[in-house]
Design a protein around this ligand. Structure first.
Ligand code: NDP
Ligand code: GUE
Ligand code: MG
Length: 285
């Protein structure tokens, strides 16, 4: 039987509808969640993602602002802007779009964000809290991946999950969150020898390598849940995932498409974090 396609876009829509109701309620209490995105440089993909974030905010009633800076902006200028946003009570969430130009240290910039406003979940304090299992702002893409798997009705506990990729923003946190859901987790990366021997054992396969079409049906156990995080542009300028969709669709039980899978969930988890941050900050005032 061919795989059921996991339409992240549809799941995202229903979560956004719930968030819109919640935001309407918060507004009646005088709380309007606010997100500020800082975008440095002219990279078209980054501009496109940021447009998606602004559109998402509008959909659920979050006030959003984008601070556009040119590629020559200095690290000091950026840190100054972040300090001001940290102190601004109308700003509940701060997101610095990555990647940054190479003359700016991403680490220095991410460290400067007030952890309670770090809606990306990238600050070391929030990463640490996630690792030790404390409630915290979770990174958006990994959180979206877990939500999507849960929507399949799949019981994660006891399953063998294999994650390809170990970056700080996707692979590593996905692995941790799966482990927190009581999966047995194998982390694969570019130095893994004989990748198919691992991926074929996966009940749940999460692919986040950023290599177009690297995963085919020879990598996948029949009946596996396959989550494709990869977003790559092919020669024709079309978005494609890390998974050969048509091929893997024949053997997987569930499969996410690209576009329309993990991407819309990422933005939705960002909206959720912004609402959460606004609620937490209101409590502390
Ligand atoms: N849909 C969404 O919302 C999002 C999508 N993405 C997409 O997800 C993908 C991954 O992003 P990100 O984690 O930032 O990417 P990185 O380039 O930071 O990390 C890629 C990881 O994949 C591993 N890898 C690369 N090639 C192979 C290979 N042939 N076999 C096994 N492992 C491999 C690397 O191993 P090593 O560590 O050894 O180098 C590395 O750990 C990209 O396509 C990105 O565009 C990212 C964020 C959000
Ligand atoms: N500080 C920071 N936080 C991020 O979360 C962050 C970042 N920097 N830098 C870049 C990556 C990438 N990322 C995506 C978000 C949405 C889609 C998305 O919605 N994609 C649509 C398609 C969009 C299109 O057509 O271009 C989809 O897959 O259906 C993809 C990728 C967030 N990132
Ligand atoms: Mg990266």
């Amino acid at each position: 039987m061919p795989a059921t396609i996991l339409q992240g876009k549809e799941v995202a829509k229903s979560i956004r509808a719930e968030l819109a109701e919640e935001v309407a309620g918060l507004k009646q209490q005088g709380i309007t969640p606010g997100l500020t995105v800082i975008l440095v440089g002219e990279d078209p993909a980054s501009h496109s993602y940021v447009r998606g974030k602004s559109k998402g905010c509008e959909e659920v009633g979050i006030h959003s602002e984008v601070i556009l800076k040119d590629a020559a902006t200095t690290q000091e200028e950026l840190l100054e802007i972040i300090q001001q946003l940290n102190q601004n009570p109308n700003v509940n969430g701060i997101l610095v779009q990555l990647p940054l130009p190479s003359h700016i240290s991403e680490e220095a910039v991410l460290d400067a964000i007030d952890p309670s406003k770090d809606v990306d979940g990238f600050h070391p304090i929030n990463v640490g809290n996630m690792v030790i299992g404390k409630e915290t702002l979770l990174p958006c893409t990994p959180h979206g991946v877990i939500e999507l798997i849960k929507r399949t009705g799949t019981e994660i506990a006891g399953k063998h999950a294999v994650v390809i990729g170990r970056s700080n923003i996707v692979g590593k946190p996905v692995s941790l969150l799966l482990q927190r859901e009581n999966a047995t987790v194998t982390m694969c990366h570019s130095r893994t020898k004989d990748l198919p021997s691992f991926t074929k054992m996966a009940d749940i396969l999460v692919v986040a390598a950023g290599k177009a079409h690297m995963i085919g049906k020879e990598h996948v156990k029949p009946g596996a849940v396959v989550i494709d995080v990869g977003v790559n542009r092919n020669e024709a300028g079309k978005l494609v995932g890390d998974v050969k969709f048509d091929e893997v669709q024949e053997t997987a039980s569930y499969l996410t498409p690209v576009p329309g899978g993990v991407g819309p969930m990422t933005i939705t988890m960002l909206l959720k974090n912004t609402v959460e941050a606004a609620k937490q900050q209101a409590k502390r005032r």
